[in-house]
Design a protein around this ligand. Structure first.
Ligand code: GLA
Length: 387
């Protein structure tokens, strides 16, 4: 039984145990690793994530009651929710429940009818590692509800609904990157996404290259408040410059207009502007297999996230420096995702894999939290799968 078959077996067994019947349909949505373009999506910029072969699966069946019922198999015993569909489903004191309620709410708010259903949800995207387990949960649920209700929403509509649920029901002011990566990726490629227009382009990954995710072993803490604070700082900086979003600034304008600006806000804006500038050259280097260019861009990206944006930790900087020095020109490494823990991503010549492994091993001899290399393949976006 492969990874997906085992997950499908688990979700079907969980559905049967919860509802005493078989599900009628299955839907899957992947997590993602972001290669470059960090903390840029909510500034309307460009990002380059890649969906991974770890996912959330929703098993769905009809409900005879005029209700929506859900069970979350990874959230402990008794993790169930149930709400009526003919009155607004409000937020409750919970987390995963609000993804489900928010998705149903925003589909209804778009003028669509939601058919009663029962769902069971399970996933194998590591939680709290910066690999978007939440977005995959939201996107899988939104796709399941949309298809079951006969709506045929587009991947961008699905992504927007899952993002709105996370923003307004879960309370995290996340951008659109994770949900778009989960909804719209193509197998074997990274997804170049314009976060303003939501235009996408699949960027092939040169066969000479490998993407390695290194889980630092440090789980994120207090991310929601720190994340929302970073977003507010970016919006304040954009307001200072009189632009709709930091995407509308270049490096020269950023320096010319800094007068009277708080140092921290300026540094936050400098990260966003410099990071957006790294995305197009990175996409070109990824497609052509230019490991030395990737090394420069990833190293600069990490420095900017740690210094200007302030979302790294000393232990992450240390791990990144050790891996980068082992790689040299053969590739680069940086913090990926929101920060404050989670994973690093390395993009390198495939032949450099042993150097990465040796650096991580060396790090673990001294480190409080052992790091772990995880092998993922670039996966396709959300889809209905067969039972
Ligand atoms: C989290 C958010 C995304 C994005 C990243 C940082 O994953 O959910 O929208 O802002 O952080 O790039």
């Amino acid at each position: 039984m492969n990874r997906r078959e085992a997950l499908i077996a688990r979700v079907i067994a969980g559905y049967r145990a919860a509802y005493g019947a078989d599900p009628a349909q299955l839907f899957a949505a992947p997590g993602r690793v972001n290669l470059i373009g960090e903390h840029v999506d909510y500034n309307d910029g460009f990002v380059l994530p890649c969906a991974i072969d770890r996912e959330t699966i929703v098993a769905l069946g009809e409900s005879e009651k005029a209700r929506f019922e859900a069970v979350a198999l990874d959230m402990g015993a008794g993790a169930r929710d149930s709400f009526v569909l003919d009155a607004p489903a409000g937020r409750i004191d919970g987390d995963w429940q609000n993804h489900v309620r928010g998705v149903v709410h925003f589909i209804q708010a778009g003028g669509h009818g939601v058919r009663p259903a029962r769902i069971a949800v399970a996933g194998d995207v590591p939680i709290g590692a910066g690999l978007s387990s939440s977005a995959s949960f939201g996107v899988a649920t939104a796709l399941a509800v949309s298809e079951h209700s006969g709506l045929a929403l587009t991947p961008a509509q699905i992504a927007r609904i899952a993002q709105a649920a996370e923003n307004d029901f879960v309370g995290c002011a996340c951008g659109i990157m994770d949900q778009m990566a989960s909804a719209a990726s193509t197998a074997g490629a990274a997804l170049l996404l314009d976060c303003r227009s939501l235009e996408t382009r699949a960027v092939p990954i040169h066969p000479r290259l490998a993407i390695t995710v290194i889980d630092s072993g440090i789980r994120r803490q207090l991310t929601t408040s720190a994340f929302n604070e970073r977003r507010a700082q970016c919006e304040a900086a954009a307001q200072h410059f009189g632009v709709a979003a930091l995407r509308d600034l270049d490096a020269a304008e950023l320096e010319a207009g800094r007068g009277g600006m708080d140092e921290t806000l300026h540094a936050r804006a400098r990260h966003v502007v410099s990071e957006i500038g790294r995305v197009a050259p990175f996409a070109a280097a990824l497609a052509s297999g230019d490991a030395a260019a990737l090394a420069r861009l990833l190293e600069a990206g990490h420095r900017s996230l740690a210094g200007d944006f302030g979302v790294s930790l000393p232990a992450l900087d240390q791990l990144a420096a050790e891996v980068q020095s082992a790689l040299g020109d053969a590739g680069g490494v940086r913090l990926t995702g929101a920060g404050f823990g989670g994973c690093l991503v390395a993009v390198s010549d495939a032949a450099a894999a042993p150097a990465i492994a040796a650096a991580v091993e060396g790090h673990n001899r001294e480190a409080e939290n052992p790091a772990r290399i995880a092998a993922f393949r670039p996966a396709a976006g959300a889809a209905r799968i067969s039972c």
